[in-house]
Design a protein around this ligand. Structure first.
Ligand SMILES: [Zn+2]
Length: 288
């Protein structure tokens, strides 16, 4: 919540949003970099440009690595930019907060990852997944094969939400992720089952979030989501509580996606799941 309060303050001081190419994005980035440095990381900016209304816009991703074997890299990401219409506190300040807490937790507890964890804060997701596309396109063939997997968090504190885990094995929606995506899904499900928390599978949708470029590059992917503009079904109300037929996030891409648009309990649970799954893969022994 401290991170979300900071991002709300950033938006308030920047005309109400934190969109790509704005002072709100720059201030969001500075906040994230400051937090990462305080946790012992050395964040770097990966700069790229795109065309918007006949002008070149320069923006960037932020990458921060743990120690660990770089030939087995786990990319844990979420987008840092908001839409222009609002402050983007659930979308995707919530994912950013969970990433920052996982990064901090790893250094504070003294966990020594065997496999390198790379925290990635993507730019220009709301334009067209441009930051994650740029990252994946910039990987050499070798770097691609050295990327074990991608975990993505996009909207993880929806006020009328549910615990949705991406369907890596294709058992629910028929879209099978690259081999290993099934293991990611199962590891998330283990965490929720151990904590007595109900989940539902969610589909990998073409062009929907930053997992997409990774999937298209053959990199196993998975992640969490708590819902956007879909209405809540009766079954979901039974599983997760909340209000039937109302949107999972009635403020999706709107000015009201502010600090009051957050389910704190859900955020807590999703951040816990991210920490568990990140460390499970970071500590995964490899065959010699
Ligand atoms: Zn988003």
């Amino acid at each position: 919540m401290k991170h979300l309060e900071a991002l709300q303050k950033v938006a308030d001081g920047a005309g109400g949003n934190r969109a790509s190419g704005t002072s709100g994005y720059e201030a969001s980035a500075r906040y994230v970099e400051e937090q990462l440095r305080a946790a012992g990381y050395k964040p770097v900016r990966q700069v790229f440009t795109y065309r918007d209304d006949d002008a070149d816009v320069e923006t960037f991703n932020i990458l921060a690595d743990t120690a660990g074997d770089p030939t087995h890299t786990i990319v844990v990401g979420g987008h840092l930019d908001s839409v222009r219409r609002g402050p983007g506190i659930n979308d995707n300040g919530s994912g950013v907060a969970a990433l920052l807490e996982t990064a901090r937790w790893i250094t504070e507890t003294g966990i020594q990852p065997k496999n390198r964890v790379r925290f990635a804060f993507w730019g220009a997701e709301e334009v067209d997944l441009l930051g994650s596309k740029h990252y994946v396109d910039s990987l050499s063939i070798q770097e691609n094969t050295q990327t074990m997997l991608n975990l993505n968090l996009d909207m993880v504190a929806s006020p009328n939400g549910g615990r949705f885990v991406h369907d890596g094995d294709g058992s629910s929606f028929g879209v099978v992720g690259p081999a290993g995506s099934d293991v990611i899904e199962r590891t998330f499900l283990d965490y929720f089952a151990q904590n007595g928390l109900a989940t539902e599978p969610t589909e990998f949708e073409d062009g929907d979030s930053d997992y997409d470029p990774f999937l298209k590059a053959g990199i196993p992917s998975g992640g969490l989501f708590t819902g956007d503009e879909d209405g809540k079904t009766a079954e979901q109300v039974q599983e997760f509580g909340g209000v039937e037929n109302n949107e999972h996030d009635p403020c999706y891409h709107r000015a009201c996606d502010d600090i009051s648009n957050i389910d704190r309990q859900l955020l807590h649970e999703m951040a816990g799941a991210l920490g568990y799954v990140t460390v499970a893969f970071a500590m995964l022994p490899r065959p010699d």
